[in-house]
Design a protein around this ligand. Structure first.
Ligand code: SF4
Length: 252
């Protein structure tokens, strides 16, 4: 079996409740969405080569041909594993597009899935293999799809399925203009599944350290975060704001 992979490397998780954990990242290619804020646009389409980090954490990449075979991926993950590494992060693009490939991987390491939550039937196939699930819910202003209602329904179904067997949390990217009204359907949907599922509000993060909180627009965005937290906190028990810390540290 083969899958199109953008890159494989070892780094530190920069998002969500597992921020700071060392992981081997496998970034799959292909995505069915087109989010306006996408920070990995190169992984949305299939390319002819895959970047492999030679030494864990060093960023010394070389290229191999795409698609990459299952045994090659398994071998590369083992080579990039270090004593402090805790999970294999399956990210993208959208990794669930490759659910059959992931299911076939023979790995003893805990799998951490980062998904846009758009494929409930594929999540069902894979759920018993996933230790931790980071599930996005997109907002209308993300411009991810022309069929927002259908996507939200799929996202909530995916979260419900993964929450049965995996340590699951939801991530919503917050833009400076995001309002309580625009997160309302997502918050109610999560609450209808399980009020204890953690919700991470992730302010869209600039690559320049500190820039998000320096501009006037950003200051308004920061004060908006308190309102969004309290709004979501009326329905959910665990609401947190966590920015993308890997960008602050200049990591991959
Ligand atoms: S789901 Fe992720 S990879 Fe796909 S377009 Fe949105 S941000 Fe980019």
């Amino acid at each position: 079996m083969h899958a199109p992979i953008e890159e494989i490397f070892n780094s530190i998780q920069g998002e969500g409740p597992y921020v700071g954990c060392r992981q081997v990242f496998v970034r799959f290619e292909q995505c069915q969405l087109h989010c306006a804020y996408c920070d990995t646009p190169e992984s949305r389409t299939i390319t002819g080569s895959c970047s492999i980090e030679r030494t864990p954490g060093k960023g010394d990449f070389y290229l191999i041909k795409n698609p990459v075979g299952k045994e090659v991926i398994e071998d590369l993950i083992h080579k990039l594993w270090t004593p402090s590494t805790r999970h294999v992060s399956l990210t993208g693009g959208e990794p669930l597009i490759h659910a059959d490939f992931i299911k076939a991987l023979d790995l003893e390491f805990p799998l951490y899935l980062e998904t846009n939550s758009g494929f409930p039937e594929k999540a069902r196939k894979l759920c018993d293999r996933i230790a931790i699930a980071s599930c996005d819910i997109k907002l209308p202003e993300h411009e991810s799809t022309d069929h927002y209602g259908e996507l939200l329904k799929d996202e909530l179904n995916t979260i419900s399925i993964l929450n049965e067997t995996s340590d699951t949390f939801v991530k919503i990217v917050v833009l400076p203009g995001t309002s309580a009204q625009s997160i309302e359907a997502a918050v109610e949907g999560i609450a209808s599944i399980d009020r204890t599922i953690p919700l991470v509000l992730q302010p869209v993060t600039q690559k320049t350290p500190g820039k998000f909180f320096q501009t006037q627009e950003a200051k308004q965005g920061a004060s908006n975060l308190f309102e969004l937290m309290d709004f979501a906190g009326q329905k959910l028990k665990d609401v947190r704001v966590i920015p993308q810390t890997h960008k602050m540290m200049g990591l991959l």
